[in-house]
Design a protein around this ligand. Structure first.
Ligand SMILES: C[S@@+](CC[C@H](N)C(=O)[O-])C[C@H]1O[C@@H](n2cnc3c(N)ncnc32)[C@H](O)[C@@H]1O
Length: 239
């Protein structure tokens, strides 16, 4: 079965779960999602004054992690095409230090409203899988990244080793969708969409090929938490 990732469906689905999105994330991952974002920003040291862009930012947690890591010294742009998610991000902004350095922008990852070579880091966490055209999204991320800058993708993956493979497979496909649907009731079946979209999405060396096809090089990937999530880091070649 091919998952329906039409723009409108994805946007409405995230709009419907937006008020519960953060709580559900922390609950379903037992707060390990905080660690994944922390690891991501540690793997991507920022320098100078060029801004950082986080696409498919949702409520902005990775963007806030960059803001915290750089102590507000570097501007962070947080972009998403779902208005409801961005509104929650903007609300959260009021409670953080250096809030002036983070800006939420409504934008489609496949058509970013930024000039070429603008950002030193361009990241996406748990978002690329939802973008209708993965390659177009990656090409846009590469385009707006500066030469020698880094493009990072944090995404779910499936563990390869037993018994984790079987145990996690059961939790992810059978338990999580039920708990998710039950706690964040929504007509879009968002928590059934999650395992379906992950199982169809390329991971490991297959995603590396997509990053390379977008013109990126030196792609490395790091399985985290026994492989339930993978962080990919790529470099944009020098001009
Ligand atoms: C699972 S959430 C991830 C949010 C956040 N990055 C995080 O780590 O929690 C996926 C986000 O991708 C956004 N998204 C999906 N397709 C998009 C697109 N084409 N352009 C911009 N945002 C998109 C959705 O609106 C949603 O907020």
């Amino acid at each position: 079965m091919v998952v329906d990732k039409s723009q409108e469906r994805v946007r409405r689905m995230f709009g419907a779960i937006a008020p519960k999105y953060d709580r559900m994330n922390h609950l379903l991952s037992l707060n390990i999602d905080l660690y994944w974002r922390w690891r991501t920003v540690r793997m991507l040291p920022a320098e100078g004054t060029m801004p950082i862009l986080d696409v498919c930012t949702g409520t902005g947690d990775l963007a806030f992690a960059f803001l915290k890591r750089t102590r507000g010294q570097i501007p962070v742009v947080a972009a998403d095409f779902c208005h409801e998610m961005l509104e929650i991000g903007r609300r959260k902004k009021r409670a953080v230090e250096n809030a002036g350095q983070i800006e939420f922008v409504e934008a489609d990852a496949q058509e970013l409203p930024f000039r070429d070579n603008t950002f030193q880091i361009v990241s996406v966490a748990f978002g690329l899988r939802n973008v209708a055209d993965t390659d177009r999204g990656l090409r846009e991320m590469a385009r707006v990244c500066r030469p020698r800058g880094r493009v990072a993708v944090l995404e779910f993956s499936m563990p390869r080793r037993q018994p984790m493979k079987a145990l996690y497979g059961w939790y992810f496909r059978a338990v999580l969708p039920r708990i998710g649907q039950w706690l964040a009731r929504n007509e879009h079946q968002a928590y059934r969409y999650l395992p379906q979209s992950v199982s169809e999405f390329p991971e490991g060396s297959r995603l590396v090929q997509h990053l390379e096809a977008a013109g990126l090089e030196n792609v490395r990937y790091y399985p985290l938490t026994l492989g339930i999530v993978t962080l990919y880091v790529a470099v944009k070649p020098a001009a």
